[in-house]
Design a protein around this ligand. Sequence first.
Ligand code: C2E
Ligand code: MG
Ligand code: MG
Length: 642
Amino acid sequence: MVPQVSTNQNTLFLNIEENLQNKEVEIELLQETFTEIGSELNLDTVFQIVATRARKLLAAETILIPILDENCETYTYMGGAGINADEIVGESLPLEFGVCGWVWRHKRPWWQGVLDELSEEERNMWEKEAGTMILVPLQGKRHFLGGIAGINKTNGKEFTRRDLTLLSMFASIVAIAIENAMAVKKIEEAHKIAEDYQLRLEILNKQLMESSRELEFLSLYDTVTSLPNRTLFRDRLTQNILLAQSNNSSFGVVLIDLNDFKQVNDALGHDSGDRVLKEIADRFNNYISAQETLARPGGDEFIFLFPNTDKKSIISKTKDVLKLLNEHFDIDKSEIALSASVGIALYPEHGRDIGELLRHADWAMYQAKKNKQRYNIYDPETDDTSLGKLTLQADLRNTLENYGFELYYQPQITLNGDQIIAVEALARWPHAEKGFIPPNIFIPALEQAGLIDKFTYWAIEQSLKHAHELKKLGHIMEIAINISTQTLTSANFIKNIKDIIQNKENGKHLVFEITESLFFSEYEKVSDTLQQICDLGISLSIDDFGTGYSSLSRLKRLPVSELKIDQSFVKDMSHSSDDEAIVRSTIDLAHNLGLTVVAEGVESKKVYQQLKDLGCDLAQGFLISKPVTFNDLISFLKKNTT
Ligand code: C2E
Ligand code: MG
Ligand code: MG
């Protein structure tokens, strides 16, 4: 028998059935959501799925997903679905703002039922604003993320407690997926930053390589004639000296200086002058063989290196070269006649190192010019500046023992603020009979006499003493001292410096200027010594940069903090585009390597401004001040510092 069921019971059964069906649909929806976002790592897609599913679950007009921003001062609607959602998504609001602010503060859901717990005043306020809203927090595994908000039911009714329970459950399921996708996005962003950084680094490296290649070309060749320049010529000289030493041969240097070439430039202009130089270079170049070298060291000078030669054969070659100038030069329909004065020096007879050979060829050339000879071969007997004649050794020793040398100081000024922050100590020898002997003469003599170490330690002590005196007068000033390679590579150098410096505070007053010739020494040993110098608080600077052969890769690895561009590039940079290009790329290169750049030999305001425009850091030169005595330096600083 079928039991009798009343109408009331019937309705109840129907309700239960409908409820069960609803539950099934909800569970299915939750399951689907879970499966869909479980494997989704794209944050925007996750937000999109969550918003659409939540909207269906609650039968809400709009769903919004406010997420706290990393700064913890704002939150942003990161996802949404339904009416007006498109306009709101992306908007950021202050953390405390609106119902969201209430939920962040209390870390519990908001729904209409909450209104009953509030004071009347609060209730009136929120009822208007948020009576038809439901907002549950999104709590991730590690962080509080934000919330999911539903606004207005589609059927016009209010959200029920059931809606609240459902959305809370939904939120707890999706929070982990959102948190995971956020973490993935963060990792991706970090990856992107790393990639961008890597890319920038690669570009920077490329620029560095290009500028160093350009610099290498510019610093080895003359762009007017394409001949090797002074630097490359010096390198060839070094190689020939080594070769001549090993096979006991001799070679000759022939320096050609054109007579009155300035008149050609003045009359026809620099462009025509350059064409004449090019034509001379071509004629000379056709004359030499593969083993011989021709270079243009600058201006109106050319220089030859003839290996395996003696006095007789070099004179014969010189005559040949001079004959090449006999024929007129046809430039701009003018016929130009040129003559030259030639100086010759032979290795080993007239000099055993580059400096001596070039100085003596130069001296011989001046003699030729002075005496209106076509050429002149160096003669030590008539050279009264020759060190041999000065018989310096005893003199030097005496001077050193009696503290007869003096240190002059030349200021270095910052180009971006005109502040004097450092000085270079330059040695002077006031000689009782011969007047002032320049350091270019007596420093090599001290080296040859084995007295340079003692001299250098004296110069360091003196500089340190003066740095302290300046400090007492209120001038904190670094003092740069030139250190000979010979001294720097000597056995007890670091120990002796430690004895003088005593502590790092003292070391900080000093800069050691070293030259590129150092890089020909044993690398490991030198780099160890340089590091020890830095450990004593002393900074390192590369002097006369551009005249030697610095290996840039080595430079990068050495603890050097400053680079001084040689004055031969700086002096003429306002009217030599070659020099300007070298200075420009040196500054770029040095800055890329994190080095400070000092320009030496700044003699004019124009060059000063150019260097400033190129971003050079410091300037040193006659424009600012010649090297002066310590007392004059104090007066200078008094006048020029505020
Ligand atoms: P340096 O270290 O490159 O010093 C710069 C030289 O350029 C100095 O010559 C300075 O007087 C000169 N100078 C500075 N500004 C200008 C300018 O605007 N125009 C021109 N034409 N020249 C300028 P100085 O004093 O004759 O010294 C020559 C070199 O002798 C120095 O070149 C340095 O290599 C060496 N020297 C000087 N003092 C010492 C020292 O105490 N120890 C060692 N080892 N070498 C020293
Ligand atoms: Mg120097
Ligand atoms: Mg220098």
